[in-house]
Design a protein around this ligand. Structure first.
Ligand code: ZN
Length: 155
């Protein structure tokens, strides 16, 4: 797999993501770690698309998208516009028993898969996960399924 590049901050009209250090000899597939992205705006999305086209990126792969950023990507229909693949999603929940933070990294191909011409989209998260704080069960799929709305968009 090619190198994963971390992108940070806000994807907006200021276009600061353009200063991202990319190795020369970039392949047509760009792997981006999205865990530190705070927000994405409609104007930022347009600039981002132009930037990717200038780089010659044909396949964008996003890693560790947070719930907050997925919300914005969904409302902008950004995943289909960018023809991006979401490789993993960082889910953050709060334990209803002890209020500890509980994280789960959902992985494409294991927990979810976008729809294609040959198969429907699928979401197969665990129903519950164990809280590392108290060992209690924390509901997962029912709480987070809305973040996976992007799976329905077909390229
Ligand atoms: Zn707990």
């Amino acid at each position: 797999m090619s190198e994963t590049v971390a992108i940070q901050g806000h994807i907006d009209e200021s276009g600061t993501f353009k200063s991202l250090k990319l190795k020369s000899g970039l392949s047509k597939e760009l792997q981006l770690d999205f865990s530190q992205v705070k927000s994405i705006s409609a104007g930022g999305l347009r600039l981002f698309q132009v930037w990717l086209a200038e780089l010659g990126v044909e396949q964008l792969v996003l890693h560790r998208c947070s719930q907050g950023i997925l919300d914005q990507l969904n409302s902008l229909k950004a995943i289909s516009q960018l023809k991006a693949r979401v490789a993993s999603v960082e889910l953050s929940l709060k334990c209803p028993h002890c209020s500890s933070g509980v994280d789960y990294l959902a992985q494409r191909g294991q927990d979810y898969l976008e729809g294609s011409v040959v198969h429907r989209e699928s979401l197969d998260l665990p129903q519950e996960i164990s809280c590392p704080g108290c060992g209690g069960q924390v509901p997962l799929e029912s709480e987070v399924s809305s973040y996976f709305a992007f799976l329905k968009h077909r390229n």
